[in-house]
Design a binder for this molecule. Structure first.
Ligand SMILES: Nc1ncnc2c1ncn2[C@@H]1O[C@H](COP(=O)(O)OP(=O)(O)O)[C@@H](O)[C@H]1O
Ligand SMILES: O=C(OP(=O)(O)O)[C@H](O)COP(=O)(O)O
Length: 394
């Protein structure tokens, strides 16, 4: 990588504003998957070992510029403290006089976690004033938040214009591994796109159609495409204003010779709940008051076969609502197919996809689990990541 990293700069005695991605899944105040916290440890430990005073900043969820009690980073500070084996103090703000006072008390090797940066409206707007306020806390900026590197926000991009700015070790590793996989992809090259962030991912598909041999669609995303094919989808997830775009993608796939795989059957439910009544139906037979919450077994079989026949697979987004056992079958089938495909280089991206693989105890059988979903997709599309571009060149 042509960007400076923590290894290229003097750290001793420096106050370091280190942006990490602690956007972990939570349920009832408990962290349900700590992959992203663990992934940030090497950089934090490196900073500690080299005598820096470490300020950690992250977002959690999408609080939209307001304080949302359930999105405080307090549970993360507690878990981080256990993982690091040292006290991690947490403040309830992310900049300002009170925070400065805490920073002034730090000794070399101390770690202080700031509050969720998305509690401030300026964060996502990349407000230069907020970026300056963050920068005023520190001597050096380290970006280790690969998962948020595709966002040009005050703590991921703006701040880098006010301080010396370098990458963390996780950021460096992600860019290295993904870059190598993509520079000359082995073929057949397959992308599997699922999950629920329809708006974010639908644009990515356009670019992927230029690169891949097979494109597999699953998860909540799929039903906008199913609707575009002319089928009724009942209460399933739908992005109404993306139906025309979905049609265009299917046409483009055909023109480019990209094989486009969509669900042929689905597990449907009469409500969004673990206790729902469920059945498996062909994709064109979803009743009006039911919703599709997983791909069906026939679809899972077809997808597994495509995976077996691929040399490189990038997977982003679960095939169904895997958090509920009744709707985990499709995601499990895809994960197992990847685990069993010994000749296939598998790259898993996205917090939820990583959590799913972890849940099925298949994590160590994947070639690379990226901490970034949207970020890894944008990188693989060949887009510049603003959080990386803003760092100092070597
Ligand atoms: N058919 C579906 N309907 C509604 N939600 C779904 C469906 N399939 C998957 N999901 C949800 O998508 C979420 C993950 O979406 P997303 O954040 O886009 O993935 P990732 O974090 O892997 O990038 C999961 O919480 C899952 O429950
Ligand atoms: O979870 C994240 O993205 P991902 O679900 O695409 O992996 C990152 O923390 C970025 O979060 P955002 O998509 O709310 O900007």
């Amino acid at each position: 990588m042509n960007k400076k990293s923590v290894k290229d700069v003097e750290l001793k005695g420096k106050v370091v504003f280190c942006r990490v991605d602690f956007n972990v899944p939570m349920k009832d105040g408990q962290i349900t998957d700590e992959t992203r916290i663990r992934a940030a440890i090497p950089t934090i430990q490196y900073l500690v070992d080299h005598g820096a005073k470490v300020l950690l900043a992250s977002h959690l969820g999408r609080p939209k510029g307001q304080v949302v009690e359930e999105m405080r980073l307090t549970p993360v500070a507690k878990r981080l403290s256990e993982l690091l084996g040292k006290d991690v103090k947490k403040v309830d703000e992310a900049y300002g006089e009170a925070v400065k006072a805490e920073v002034a008390k730090l000794n070399e090797g101390d770690v202080l976690l700031l509050e969720n940066v998305r509690f401030y409206p300026g964060e996502e707007k990349n407000d230069p004033e907020l970026a300056k306020a963050f920068a005023e806390l520190a001597d050096l900026y380290v970006n280790d938040a690969f998962g948020a590197a595709h966002r040009a926000h005050a703590s991921t991009e703006g701040i880098a214009h006010h301080l010396p700015a370098v990458s963390g070790l996780l950021m460096e590793k992600e860019l290295d591994v993904l870059g190598k996989a993509l520079s000359n992809p082995e073929r057949p090259f397959t992308a599997i796109i699922g999950g629920a962030k329809v708006k974010d991912k639908i644009g990515v598909i356009d670019n992927l159609l230029e690169k891949v041999d097979n494109l597999i669609i699953g998860g909540g995303l799929a039903y906008t495409f199913v609707k575009a094919q002319g089928h009724e989808i009942g209460q399933s997830l739908l992005e109404e204003d993306k139906i025309d775009l979905a049609k265009e993608f299917m046409k483009k796939a055909e023109e480019k010779g990209v094989k486009f795989y969509m669900p042929v059957d689905a597990v449907i439910a009469d409500e969004f709940s673990e206790d729902a009544n469920t059945k498996v139906v062909p994709i064109e037979e979803i009743p009006a008051d039911w919703q599709a919450l997983d791909i069906g077994p026939k679809t899972a079989e077809i997808y597994s076969q495509v995976i077996q026949d691929s040399k490189l697979v990038i997977w982003n987004g679960p095939m169904g609502v895997f958090e509920m056992n009744k709707f985990a079958g499709g995601t499990r089938a895809v994960a197992e197919a990847l685990a069993e495909a010994n000749d296939t280089y598998s790259v898993i991206g996205g917090g939820d996809s990583a959590a799913a693989v972890e849940k099925f105890h298949l994590a160590d059988r994947m070639s690379h689990i990226s901490t970034g979903g949207g970020a890894s997709l944008e990188f693989m599309e060949g887009k510049a990541l603003p959080g990386v571009v803003a760092l100092n060149d070597k």
